[in-house]
Design a protein around this ligand. Structure first.
Ligand code: SF4
Length: 309
């Protein structure tokens, strides 16, 4: 522990000296969340990068998140401390698949989840998050929507926007972490904890879990639900990093992971040592070809227009 504290102090001192900002996703290791300027979901962090009066942004998350921050902040140095922190779900949707889906569905709107790489985003009409996917798709004029890459999020949207035909691309995209949860385990936990425990489920989880949830929402929506709820216990079906954050920041609430080994290995590749090195070297910097960045940025901006944010 003294080693961790020493490293954390060193990172904070260097970040302050360089006027750098450190952003950490909810799924990052606790020791990284503890020294971040802001902790939250990907779009919230990208916006914090925009608001910050700094050139250097250390983004502790995975590739598509750092890319999104870079799209919104083309004049800043967005640094991803570990290049291998790549999201396997985002990798399931290359730009070629999006183009193919558009060709097969003329007239359909193409909406992509923020969990996609910039090259895929560049082929979309608009981007959405797990928190605003329903609002974005509902606001579109098109009755047919190509949506990807997460199949469960697609199901979640179709459930709440029944008037539209939502076509998933790829057919069965998924997040391997959110696929780990089982309804049986979750209900068993609820039985152990008591009927008052609230079930919080991420929309990347399977439909049977979503149907039993008190809240289906993004990590930010889950956090706010716990903070604002009168209930005392919450069974949380998402990556354990969020549960650790809730325990740290809202200690009077009882947060229970729906599965204690629901861990995103790619998120956890970032360590304090790598954050320190990223700050020292001011790299590796996220780079997106200009034409891709322009088109992908427009799709993200369209989301802001549609949601008024
Ligand atoms: S939790 Fe799932 S969607 Fe999120 S970064 Fe990891 S693999 Fe990708």
């Amino acid at each position: 522990m003294p080693y961790v504290r020493e490293l954390q102090a060193k990172i904070r001192e260097l970040a302050d000296r360089k006027n750098a900002i450190i952003l950490a996703h909810n799924y990052q290791r606790s020791e990284i969340q503890e020294i971040a300027d802001y902790v939250g979901e990907s779009l919230y962090l990208a916006k914090k990068a925009t608001e910050a009066d700094t050139e250097l942004v250390i983004f502790c998350g995975v590739d598509f998140m750092a890319e999104t921050a870079a799209l919104l902040n083309p004049d800043k140095r967005i640094v991803l401390p570990e290049k291998a922190s790549t999201c396997p779900m985002a990798a399931q949707l290359p730009a070629s698949l999006v183009k193919e889906a558009r060709r097969r569905n003329p007239g359909a709107a193409v909406v992509l989840y923020v969990n996609t790489l910039a090259e895929a985003k560049a082929e979309a009409d608009v981007i959405c998050t797990s928190g605003n996917a329903i609002e974005v798709i509902r606001s579109l004029e098109a009755d047919t929507v190509v949506f990807g890459p997460d199949r469960n999020l697609c199901w979640h949207v179709a459930r709440h926007v029944p008037g539209k035909c939502i076509i998933p691309v790829p057919e069965a995209g998924y997040c391997y972490v959110h696929k780990l949860f089982s309804l049986e385990d979750m209900l068993k936990l609820k039985e152990e904890i008591g009927p008052d425990a609230k079930l919080l489920v991420h929309p990347e989880c399977d439909p049977d879990l979503q149907l039993k949830a008190d809240l289906v929402g993004s990590t930010g929506q889950m956090y706010r639900f716990v903070r604002e709820s009168r209930a005392g216990s919450f069974i949380i079906a998402t990556e354990v990093g969020l549960v650790e954050r809730v325990r740290r920041e809202l200690p009077d609430k009882k947060a229970i992971p729906a599965k204690s080994d629901a861990i995103c290995a790619e998120m956890k590749l970032i360590t304090l040592e790598k954050v320190l090195r990223a700050l020292e070297e001011e790299g590796p910097v996220v780079k997106i070809p200009r034409d891709v960045a322009e088109k992908a940025g427009q799709a993200v901006e369209r989301m802001f227009e549609l949601t008024g944010s």
